[in-house]
Design a binder for this molecule. Structure first.
Ligand code: NDP
Length: 678
């Protein structure tokens, strides 16, 4: 019997449960049941134990825990591969699920470290000035919800499905309860067991529910969320749940998706794009035996190319060996279960109302090292739609099945793609930039992700069907309307965005970052003499003033070669409507400002690694004086390094106090100074 991990202990139901069968042999792998599991206690435990422990960590600490977890899981991959094969998955299929899942955690953790502050609150955009004097501002912030994230996953990706949702929720500060699809839950259980045993995630941040989740959603409230992947029917059922309708539970759905690949009008039989198109279709039909939410179901081609496409796809499909997933030479394993195969056969039957089968037989298949009846094997099936067919746009055959549909013009292709009513991923295969633009702009509103494939991108392309951790995964309309992944976006989806209004000092205190207009701290010690441990947000240096001379401007022009007329030719500069005479180079102003604010001696400031948001606001003319104020805006210690990042607000003003230039200076500062000898 599979165990659930609940409230810090492993729970095993004592009833008979339901058998879970090996997809290829029909042998029992495990039994599953959640009878007797206290779901209310699980949600309370997540909120009261997991959540507080997680939110006590900064984003960087959470990212470090995720990274360590991904590393640990990588060391146990062989165990997961062995179990994954029992779901019907070939080595390549398992790689997508297991290595894909682990890679996703690494990627999200790394984004968290690089793009989120080492804090527990995220600022969204710049402060908005709400009053004349600047004493009343607004700032958008993201904070963690004191709730629980429930994941309800599909059977096709027992590892990736869990990890791609867990990583962003964990970073966002939300504990997770994972409910894997029963059919393949034994793989998820093995992974969760490793995570729990490792102790790398704080207790209560990850719980596992194996078996029926009946009653779970009733326990959820306004700070909780459900991320569902599965059938449109279950998705619709969840949307109607009173906790969602009236209780404020946030529901994300990823359900049916009739993804398309479109061959551009420019592509001929001898173009490399033709081969790329055909290869893409065959790959998507056969990887995971077509049981992928992003798989290509609709092959949309110019009418004149249809026969060539059918012939080329069929020729490739004929070479696909179906059989036991661990056998030598097998390209496609079994579907997840006999019931799933029945569903796909039914879908093919329904598609035949308006399409004819041009390759394969849904009821007959040659298999290697397995029994075609006890195992859930099926031949790839290619259909060709009759003109005006509606079924290919409505029925999702969740297996190795695709339908060729013809179009007459690019507008027609866009109209056909839109008949899917919203998809996760679409491909456009063309080498013509104008075809690419027309199709991409027409298709984008209907898609979460679009791949534009041609000979230039092919070598590095990650393919049509691979969701990428740094790009949005999800799609509008029928695909569920959800949005997962997409780098830090995925984290922010789990957080609450609020606008906070108040004085600059209040907003600085709340956000942990110095905000324009708030107090500065100026002491006798130059901030460049302070280590990261000694620096504080608001520490400031106000420089001496310096007069910019015509000699300075001439010298800079000659020295750098930037002899743009506005800096060198008085008569021409007079004609410039913005300057009306020679002005100093903006970069000269910034360079002089650096000369004014640095403390030159060796010290804790190790490097200047860039400048953000540089704006030149008022021209500086010969004879004008400038003065700079440098203020610590944000301090971000780096994990596993002897230094951290300091972002400084730099404001340069002229003799009248008008701002001349504003920017953020980015430096690396030693955590301790003097540094301990290593
Ligand atoms: P289901 O919708 O039946 O199951 C998905 C998940 O929801 C499983 O974890 C399941 O648990 C759970 N579940 C089922 N009923 C409820 C309920 N009433 N309340 C809460 N959770 C529930 O889909 P399947 O995984 O069985 O797949 C069926 C079809 O869904 C496929 O043939 C395919 O067409 C489509 N599908 C689409 C995907 C996509 O992203 N486009 C991905 C996967 C599937 P349990 O397994 O224990 O029943």
């Amino acid at each position: 019997m599979l165990a659930s991990y609940s409230c810090g202990t492993w729970f095993r139901a004592t009833d008979e449960g339901e058998p879970l069968l090996d997809a290829s042999t029909g042998e029992e792998v495990a039994r599953i049941s959640s009878t007797g599991l206290d779901l209310a206690a699980m949600t309370t435990y997540a909120r009261e134990v997991g959540g507080p422990a997680l939110r006590a960590l900064t984003f960087h600490e959470r990212a470090a825990a995720l990274k360590a977890m991904a590393k640990m899981l990588g060391e146990h991959k062989d165990d997961f591969y062995a179990l994954s094969a029992r779901t019907g998955a070939t080595q390549r299929d398992s790689m997508v699920d297991i290595d894909g899942g682990i890679g996703t955690v690494f990627s999200i953790a790394s984004k968290g470290t690089r793009e989120l502050p080492n804090d527990v609150v995220v600022l969204d955009g710049q402060p908005e000035r709400l009053g004349r004097e600047g004493s009343f501002l607004g700032q958008h912030v993201y904070t963690s919800r004191p709730g629980v994230a429930v994941q309800i996953n599909a059977f096709n990706f027992p590892v990736w499905g869990m990890l791609e949702k867990l990583a962003p929720a964990f970073l966002a500060g939300l504990p997770t309860i994972v409910k894997p699809a029963s059919q393949t839950a034994y793989v998820t259980e093995a992974v969760v067991r490793r995570i729990v045993d490792s102790g790398l995630l704080p207790e209560g941040t990850l719980q596992l529910l194996c078996g029926s989740p009946a009653g779970l959603i009733d326990e959820l409230g306004a700070q909780d969320s459900v991320a569902f992947t599965g059938s449109a029917a279950t998705g619709a059922h969840l949307r109607q749940h009173p906790s969602v309708l009236h209780g404020g539970v946030q529901l994300g759905v990823e359900a049916d998706s009739l993804n398309c690949s479109i061959l551009g009008t420019d592509v001929g039989l001898d173009d490399p794009e033709f081969e790329l198109f055909v290869k893409g279709v065959v790959t998507e039909m056969t990887v995971k035996a077509g049981q992928k939410c992003t798989a290509i179901r609709r092959v949309i081609v110019p009418a004149a190319m249809a026969d060539d496409v059918v012939a080329a796809v069929s020729a490739r499909l004929a070479k696909v060996t179906v059989g036991h997933p661990t056998s030598e030479g097998v390209r496609m394993g079994a579907l997840a279960s006999l019931a799933q195969r029945d569903e796909v056969r039914k879908a093919v039957q329904a598609l035949r109302a308006s399409s004819e089968i041009v390759f394969g037989n849904p009821d007959v298949v040659d298999v290697v090292n397995a029994d075609a009846e006890t195992g859930a094997f099926m031949s790839p099936v290619l259909l060709k739609a009759h003109p005006g067919a509606s079924e290919p746009h409505d029925i999702e055959p969740f297996g190795p099945v695709a339908t060729v549909i013809t179009y007459d013009s690019l507008d027609d292709a866009i109209r056909l793609a839109a008949r899917g009513q919203g998809s996760l991923a679409g491909s456009i295969v063309t080498h013509d930039p104008s075809v690419a633009r027309t199709l991409a702009l027409g298709l984008a509103p209907w898609h979460g992700r679009l791949l534009v494939l041609d000979r230039t991108s092919a070598a590095e392309s990650t393919g049509h069907g691979s969701p990428l951790p740094v790009l949005v995964h999800g799609g509008p309309g029928r695909a569920g309307g959800g949005e997962e992944l997409g780098g830090v976006r995925a984290v922010l989806h789990h957080m609450q965005r609020s606008a906070i209004q108040g004085s600059p000092d209040m907003l600085s205190a709340i956000s942990g970052q110095w905000i324009t207009g708030s107090s500065r701290t100026e002491t006798d010690v130059h901030p460049f003499r302070k280590s990261l441990a000694e620096l504080a947000v608001g520490d400031t240096i106000s420089s001496a003033t310096r007069t910019v001379t015509l000699d300075d401007i001439d010298h800079f022009a000659e020295f750098t070669g930037d002899t743009f007329y506005a800096h060198t030719d008085e008569a021409a500069a007079q004609q410039n409507p913005l300057f009306g005479g020679i002005v100093a180079h903006g970069y000269l102003v910034v360079s002089l400002a650096a000369g004014l604010f640095v403390d030159p001696d060796p010290g804790p400031v190790l490097a200047n690694f860039g400048v953000d948001r540089l704006r030149f606001l008022t021209p500086v003319k010969a004879g004008d004086s400038i003065q700079v104020t440098l203020t610590v805006k944000q301090i971000t210690p780096r994990t596993n390094a002897d230094y951290g990042e300091v972002r400084w607000d730099a404001t340069v003003v002229n003799g009248s106090g008008d701002p001349v230039a504003t920017y953020d200076v980015l430096t690396l500062v030693a955590k301790q100074w003097p540094q301990e000898p290593s």
